[in-house]
Design a protein around this ligand. Structure first.
Ligand SMILES: [Zn+2]
Length: 173
């Protein structure tokens, strides 16, 4: 089950978290074991991301909860980090940050897959997704749509230095 406009709505403003919890309860009652919270208009920030995730988890501890962020206001990857640190393991993303939303003014695409893979790989998190191939796919997508996509990593041309788990400098003496 995907709950769109889980945080904010283009028509009603802020979505009351209690309304989200009602939908979650209804979904669980009907047998849902997975759920995705969508920031449809790209307005949420890390603090509210975590607040809603905490509320949903408290209400339905056995439910697997994923997230769907748009990078409309530059907070998409920060929200993704906040969600991952709070335990989320399922995230929607699109190569190049492709996509949009017909009823969200100024909507940009989803968070860019290659940006997500880039910082996760550098943190030593194994996603099973090849960064170079993802950047190549984003280049294909950009050519297909005929205009620059929003991904900063795509614009920068991929990773210029090897990425991998950060090692703290060893102290001597
Ligand atoms: Zn969306």
């Amino acid at each position: 089950v995907i709950i769109a406009t889980a945080w904010d709505c283009p028509f009603d403003g802020r979505t009351d978290p209690s309304r989200v919890l009602e939908v979650v309860a209804a979904a669980v009652a009907q047998g849902a074991d997975q759920l995705c919270l969508g920031d449809t208009i790209g307005t949420v920030t890390p603090a509210r991301t975590v607040a809603l995730l905490d509320a949903v988890r408290t209400a339905a501890p056995l439910l697997e909860v994923g997230v769907h962020f748009h990078d409309t206001r530059g907070t998409g990857q920060a929200n993704a980090l906040a969600a991952i640190l709070s335990g989320v393991r399922q995230l929607d993303a699109s190569v190049g940050g492709l996509g949009g939303c017909p009823f969200a003014p100024g909507a940009s695409g989803n968070i860019a897959t290659e940006e997500l893979v880039y910082w996760l790989a550098d943190a030593g998190v194994e996603t099973g997704i090849d960064l170079a191939k993802t950047v190549a796919a984003a280049e294909v997508a950009q050519k297909a749509v005929g205009h620059p996509l929003t991904s900063s990593l795509l614009r920068a041309g991929g990773a210029p230095v090897p990425i991998g788990r950060y090692e703290a400098p060893v102290k001597h003496g």
